[in-house]
Design a protein around this ligand. Structure first.
Ligand code: BGC
Length: 760
């Protein structure tokens, strides 16, 4: 078989080339039979394989072949465990191999700008570093099996409201620091075979047509060498998209786009060389699949289910555990309350739906672990899919609780409330579930609430209950994983990858989400998630990085390998973590960095590293991290690059963004000096900070003070004058000196200041 993509493209007709850039149907790419280029299949993920059963004509979301449904990204992110994400990726890759799927459409690494985002359950975090690290691990796992991943939705796709038409108006610093960083690590480390462009516009241009995004950032800066594919239906003008660097439009549209491509080439609005390069990349993708295809792959569904249970167990976050009510005694009398104990909500809705191979029922799984099933009672408490309170069910639940040692309520967001295509309207549980929690808590002082939801929740009932277990949409094995956690078979180790605000209105994007008409202004800038709550000194309901354990950990001995570095060097950070409790457990060590003094507005702290460790009681380990320039940098819009402002930085280590145990200081020096260009309107104050200009300005201002009649030694007046002068533009010297300092002298001064530095 001829593997030289360029040569194959050279043999294609214009019609064949155009065909390669637009799908065959919903899930297949076209091939060229006469050149032995086969058609390949892509299918949805990201937390399981959704391969449509039967024909590929329509987009039939509920109709897929059964495949293990792993925890959704929101859940997996709470594991903060790169190896686990890799392992899940491997399992996903295996099933794709077995099903002859070339590319799995995921993971999604968009930032959770607002907790209302309808697809937040499909995304990892509000923090770009955590998000991109986990995405990279999952991609590496999938691709280790010879199957491509499709990193999506590139970029600034953070809401479902008007998702195909909104225009995200976003400043360059925010774009790079928050929204692109979330993809950057995933592209550089994960090297996905494909990247999927988003539906929305960014600063006036559709993501699928934005050359800056695809050509400059993705390909040139990050070195992406795969195929850029559109989200399904995201292309407005196919020729413009190809010109901007996109290679493949999906799904196919029965030849319409082909015609447009052919026309654009014929009327010379699309250079044929650009089309050739696009086709070459699509052909390379096809052969990447062909070359990596394994025959007769099978995978063990039971093994896969066990992995789903392990993954869910590592992802569950113990949010609250007053008086150590959890873990449950196996001999306790437990009232299990809530319809979700029988009908667990284990995944969100939309294209991420997976048809599970089996589903663990929480109630049954608890019975498996309890020492005597007769000690467990069950009351549904509410009717799913309605918000109306059912008084009979509520009274029955209260009675069950009264007769038990402890009540465990399964609550969550029912089907359809968290879904692709629509954002949430509020952050509350359904009314009947909230009422049930309060009602049960009014008759029992030991109430545990287990939550199954895709994104942050408000909890007006938080102080009425003893313990809260956040399970997210934990996949098909969540029932078993929850039983493991509740009975202490598994020690909880999940940490929130997003902030839970006290109320929706506290969220930084609240006033500008989901925008006006098609325009969404990202007014909060870089202050997304904890970056905002920290800066505002607001106490959220549960902070970013929070999660409890049944054991305790101690942090000690934070050491930096140096106290000074420049921005081409790295610093090694070491900290010792000890399990000081009586159970083995896992802890996620989080490293944040703060710029102590900065002329640009920066967050109070930013996550720069993390690691999960597993320790037996009494065991200790030293964790080592390396921080480079990027850990200290912000995106400088003038430089169009990352920049470190020389000065002191704090390296902080803790177990959440609000529990910092150790801190050390470090001087970082920039090797890039920011050259400032001065104009007539530059402020005198700015020049005073420039060593070349300071003496001259000092002299001029002294003369000026004298001319204003301020006596030498009049400290008070001189101070006031200094402040006033500092805020004056240079041109004021001319008019206030009434020409003594002339316009010509000012021009001369500026030419001296702006002259390129001479090097000896
Ligand atoms: C979604 C993508 C998905 C694609 C194919 C789109 O509507 O945004 O995430 O992969 O459909 O189903």
């Amino acid at each position: 078989m001829n593997r030289d993509a360029r040569k194959l493209v050279a043999q294609m007709t214009l019609e064949e080339k155009a065909g390669m850039c637009s799908g065959l149907d919903v899930w297949h790419l076209k091939g060229v039979e006469r050149l032995d280029i086969p058609s390949i299949m892509v299918a949805n993920g990201p937390n399981g394989l959704h391969k449509q059963a039967g024909s590929s004509e329509g987009l039939n979301m509920g109709n897929g072949i059964p495949s293990t449904c792993f925890p959704s990204a929101a859940a997996l992110a709470s594991s903060w465990n790169r190896e686990l994400l890799h392992e899940v990726g491997v399992a996903l890759g295996e099933v794709c191999q077995a099903e002859d799927v070339a590319v799995l459409l995921g993971p999604g690494t968009n930032i959770k700008r607002s907790p209302l985002g309808g697809r937040n359950f499909e995304y990892f975090s509000e923090d770009p570093y955590l998000s991109s690290e986990l995405a990279a691990s999952q991609i590496q796992g999938v691709q280790s099996q010879g199957v491509g991943a499709s990193l999506k939705h590139f970029a600034v796709n953070n809401q479902e409201h008007r998702r195909m038409s909104y225009d995200a108006s976003i400043d360059q610093r925010t774009l790079h620091e928050i929204y692109l960083t979330s993809f950057e690590g995933a592209v550089k480390k994960g090297q996905p075979w494909t990247v999927m462009t988003a539906y929305n516009k960014i600063n006036g241009q559709y993501a699928s047509q934005k050359e800056y995004l695809i050509g400059d950032v993705l390909r040139k800066e990050w070195g992406f060498d795969g195929v850029v594919v559109s989200d399904w239906g995201a292309v407005d003008q196919i020729a413009d998209s190809i010109a901007a660097g996109l290679e493949l439009e999906m799904p196919g549209n029965n030849g319409l786009s082909e015609k447009k491509i052919i026309q654009a080439v014929q009327n010379e609005t699309l250079p044929v060389e650009v089309l050739d390069l696009a086709v070459e990349r699509v052909v390379q993708l096809i052969f990447r699949h062909v070359d990596n295809k394994k025959e007769h792959v099978s995978f063990d569904q039971e093994d896969s289910h066990r992995l789903a249970r392990k993954a869910a167990g590592e992802s569950i976050v113990l949010l609250k555990n007053s008086n150590g009510v959890l873990p449950l005694e196996k001999s306790s009398k437990v009232a299990i309350i809530g319809a979700m104990a029988q009908n667990p909500k284990f995944q969100g809705s939309g294209s991420a739906i997976v048809v599970p191979t089996q589903v663990d029922i929480p109630l049954h799984e608890m019975k498996q672990l309890a020492s005597n099933t007769a000690n467990l009672s069950y009351a549904p408490g509410y009717i799913l899919d309605t918000e109306e309170v059912d008084n009979r069910l509520m009274e029955e639940a209260k009675r069950a609780a009264e007769e038990a040692d402890i009540a465990v309520i399964y609550a969550g967001i029912p089907d359809g409330f968290e879904s692709e295509l629509s954002d949430r309207r509020h952050l509350r549980l359904p009314y009947n579930q909230e009422q049930l929690i309060e009602a049960v808590a009014s008759v029992h002082n030991k109430v545990v609430v287990v939550l199954m939801n895709g994104s942050a929740l408000e909890m007006p009932w938080v102080s009425s209950v003893s313990a809260i277990v956040e399970a997210y949409f934990g996949g098909q094995a969540i029932g078993g994983a929850l039983a493991d956690i509740l009975y202490g078979e598994v020690n909880p180790s999940g940490k929130l990858a997003e902030t839970f605000p006290e109320k929706l209105e506290d969220n930084p994007s609240f006033l500008s989400f989901p925008g006006e008409g098609n325009r969404v202004v990202y007014k909060e800038g870089i202050f997304v998630g904890y970056r905002y709550y920290d800066k505002k000194k607001m106490t959220p309901l549960f902070p970013f990085g929070h999660g409890l354990s049944y054991t305790t950990f101690d942090y000690s001995n934070l050491k930096l390998s140096r106290s000074h570095m420049n921005d081409t060097e790295t610093v090694e950070v070491q900290v010792t973590v000890t399990n000081t409790g009586t159970r083995s457990g896992k802890e996620t060590v989080q490293v944040y960095v703060k710029d102590m003094v900065s002329t640009v507005i920066r967050p109070d702290k930013e996550l720069r590293e993390f690691a999960k460790v597993d320790l037996e009681p009494g065991e200790q380990t030293t964790v080592t991290f390396n921080l480079d320039k990027r850990a200290f940098a912000y995106y400088n819009v003038e430089l169009k690059d990352w920049h470190v402002e020389s000065g002191e930085f704090a390296v902080m280590v803790g177990c959440s963004s609000r529990d910092i145990f150790q801190q050390a200081l470090l001087e970082v020096e920039s090797t890039v000096s920011l050259r400032q260009t001065y104009t007539r309107n530059s402020l005198l104050g700015e020049l005073m900070n420039n060593p070349a200009a300071a003496p001259m300005i000092q002299a001029l201002t002294q003369n000026f003070q004298a001319s204003m009649g301020i006596a030498e030694g009049d400290e008070k007046m001189s101070k006031i004058m200094q402040a006033a002068l500092g805020a004056m533009p240079l041109r004021s010297l001319v008019s206030f000196s009434q020409g003594a300092f002339s316009d010509e002298m000012l021009e001369h001064l500026l030419s001296q200041l702006n002259a390129p530095a001479t090097h000896s």
